[in-house]
Design a protein around this ligand. Structure first.
Ligand code: COA
Ligand code: AMP
Length: 637
């Protein structure tokens, strides 16, 4: 029976500010979210928050209209903040920095929005943004938002095939790209990747607009346009009001199959939720200096490099570099000190990379971090060792919080702006107002405190989370809503303790998290299976000290296949890099005689994961041929 075990009981916990906000968000969602909506400027203000007329497709602010770019830029200029820094670009890989005031960024965005309009891009058209961490990436996203076009940003570490899958699904009118991205070891030319992708797609955009970078200018062909030329001749465009329920962007993320899922973000709910989160979760406000060290290609970059800090009038730092080696293990501390950053949001893997190079944090002593107040961590589990290291070295609160591409903003956090709570290392703290988090067993019954199960969110999801998948309501329903009636399946497993703290333990599906990058083992298996010598295969995530997880492949050869282990490994590694991209970090694969299977022939990936994690108690004793498991164990040693 559902509903008998409440996640957070306000009476039990005492009526603290958090308990009261949490209770109200679930008991009176209309009043709660209409109050939060007052932080946003609407061209048509909402009179209603939740539209529950078509479950399980819930919508927010169905009668309202707004423009997100206006909210992120113009209104701050109109309120007299035009001279304040909106965006600081800090690029150690190019040795450049540039600060844009709100007025400058508004003008830049208005101009580029005009440029897009001149190419015939209008409300509802899709635009692929394929840019590294340069200010033009944020400007491109905001320019789309300004004219009601729907952007879809693609991360630079993906291969042409992945880019092609996104182009085919989103059908962009225009692609906005840079000539190159800069990795510490090489310059990555984007133009050949785009050409290779477009050779694979039926859909062809009208134009590719190329931002030329001096590190590797691209040769432009007939459909290509030069970014600077196009922008310089453009007439600035005014913000176009759109319905709150209109899509702002599509962001593709790894699902359990090879086909990425196009997470749709609507306009109004997104603006309201992000503004709420800056106040309630992060305690960051107008004039504060905020840095999210991620990439605009991920949801963390969308929400917390670009939209949220600008929506509240803060200054956002956009950093083009790595945590280490640019130039040293003090790169992050330098940025914090130099720009007076008050709060940093990054992935635990970045901290592990710094810790590995500089375990005593000697570099930290070179910088004055007096403005720095809080370190926020998400993207993967924050292991207690990394937590303690960061906390000891920085001496500030280190706040783990948990969310996903689909949800767009935190599901569980320690709410710094509502009621800061004691940190329990290993826990993302408590469900954020709006998120009715439940822990369910296989049969759908709620589990008591301390028992691990599937983490779900009882519908409706709050504003800002995905209303559906792009062009695929059925997949949305099937992937997220079909496992437990009336609940959104997060794909993570975990438990709540007696204090209502949530511990997220890991994914229950084929999604893995490599250096904070979300990847699908299913899509890697599809690549391995396409090798002519491979009869069957499995890919699982195994623990890694630096990257959290790494993919690990196992293949069974076809009878008579004549190929050495080393050659096969090299070919498979090269294929994954070619088809998915370097970001997959796929390097390890073993040949085994057989894979463990159920009687019906299904590969027991869960059992393989349990072996890799050393959880012997989770390995079933009923496997017919134990030598199959022994071979997996041996390969993993
Ligand atoms: N464009 C092109 N290639 C990219 C890329 C990009 N934007 N990002 C990564 N790659 C490449 C890397 O160059 C590397 O290639 P290689 O195999 O030729 O060396 C490969 O993809 C793997 O990259 P990565 O996993 O990032 O490893 P790394 O050794 O370069 O860096 C970390 C390790 C931990 C420093 C880095 O992953 C990091 O900063 N992670 C934080 C991630 C993050 O912010 N996540 C968002 C959630 S908050
Ligand atoms: P992404 O969609 O790329 O943000 O990845 C989401 C997934 O990353 C989640 O489903 C979790 O598996 C994992 N994740 C993100 N943040 C955390 C966290 N704080 N603790 C544990 N896992 C996390």
């Amino acid at each position: 029976m559902m509903g008998s075990v409440r996640t957070i009981d306000a009476k039990e916990r005492g009526m603290g500010a958090y308990s009261e906000a949490y209770r109200r968000s679930l008991a009176e969602p209309d009043a709660f979210w209409l109050a939060a909506a007052e932080k946003i400027s609407w061209s048509k203000a909402p009179e209603k928050a939740l539209d529950d007329t078509n479950p399980p497709f819930f919508r927010w602010f169905p009668d309202a209209e707004l423009n997100t770019a206006y909210n992120a830029l113009d209104r701050h200029v109109e309120a007299g903040r035009g001279g304040q820094a909106a965006l600081i670009w800090d690029s150690p890989v190019t040795g450049r920095q540039r600060t844009y005031t709100y007025e400058e960024l508004r003008d830049e965005v208005a101009k580029f929005a005009g440029a897009l309009s001149s190419l015939g891009v209008t409300k509802g058209d899709r635009v692929i943004v394929y840019l590294p961490m340069v200010p033009e990436a944020a400007a491109a996203m905001l320019a789309c938002a300004r004219i009601g076009a729907v952007h879809s940003v693609v991360f630079g570490g993906f291969a042409p095939k992945e880019l092609a899958a996104r182009i085919e699904d989103a059908k962009p009118k225009v692609i906005l790209a840079a000539s190159c991205g800069i990795e510490p070891t090489r310059v990555v030319e984007y133009k050949p990747i785009i050409e290779d992708a477009l050779a694979l797609t039926e859909h062809q955009p009208d134009h590719v607009v190329v931002l030329q970078r001096e590190q590797a200018p691209a040769e432009l062909t007939a459909r290509d346009l030069d970014w600077a030329e196009l922008a310089s001749g453009a007439t600035p465009a005014d913000p176009v009001p759109v319905a709150a329920t209109d899509p702002l962007y599509i962001l593709y993320t790894s699902g359990t199959t090879g086909k990425p899922k196009g997470v749709v973000r609507d306009t109004g709910g997104h603006a309201v939720a992000l503004a709420y989160s800056m106040d309630a979760v992060y305690d960051v406000h107008a004039g504060d200096i905020w840095w999210t060290a991620s990439d605009v290609g991920w949801v963390v970059g969308h929400s917390y490099i670009v939209y949220a800090p600008l929506l509240v009038g803060a200054t956002t730092v956009l950093y083009e570099g790595k945590p280490v080696g640019t130039p040293d293990a003090g790169a992050f501390w330098r940025v914090i000190a130099e720009h007076g950053v008050q709060a940093l949001f990054t992935a635990p893997t970045a901290l592990r990379a710094i810790k590995k190079l500089d375990p005593d944090a000697l570099e930290l002593q070179k910088y004055d971090l007096k403005a720095f107040k809080t370190l926020f961590m998400a993207g993967e589990r924050l292991d207690p060792e990394t937590y303690h290291w960061a906390h000891d070295k920085l001496g500030t609160p280190v706040i783990d919080h948990w969310w996903q591409t689909e949800t767009g903003w935190p599901i569980a956090a320690n709410l710094r702006g509502v009621e800061p709570m004691a940190v329990k290392p290993g826990s993302a703290t408590v469900p954020v107002p709006g998120w009715d988090v439940r822990i369910l067993d296989q049969a759908g019954a709620e589990l008591p405190a301390g028992r691990e199960g599937a983490i779900t969110v009882k519908l409706p999801l709050p504003p800002g989370s995905l209303p559906t998948l792009w062009g695929d309501d059925e997949r949305y329903r099937e992937a997220y809503l079909s496992r437990y009636d009336g609940h959104y399946l997060t794909g993570d497993s975990g438990y709540l303790d007696e204090d209502g703290y949530l511990f997220v333990m890991g994914r229950t599906d084929d999604v893995i998290n490599v250096a904070g990058h979300r990847l699908s083992t299913g899509s890697m298996e599809a690549v391995l299976a396409s090798h002519p010598a491979v009869a069957e295969c499995a890919v699982i995530g195994v623990a890694d000290q630096l990257k959290g997880q790494l993919p690990r492949g196992f293949v069974v050869l076809k009878a008579g296949a004549d190929i050495g282990e080393e050659q096969l490994r090299d070919e498979l590694v090269a294929m994954v890099r070619r088809d998915i991209g370097p970001v997959a970090a796929f390097r390890d694969v073993s040949i085994v005689d057989a894979l463990p299977k159920t009687r019906s022939g299904k590969i027991l990936r869960k059992t393989m994961r349990a072996i890799a994690d050393g959880r012997d108690e989770a390995v079933p004793s009923t496997i017919e041929d134990p030598s199959v498991l022994e071979a997996i164990r041996k390969a993993l040693r």
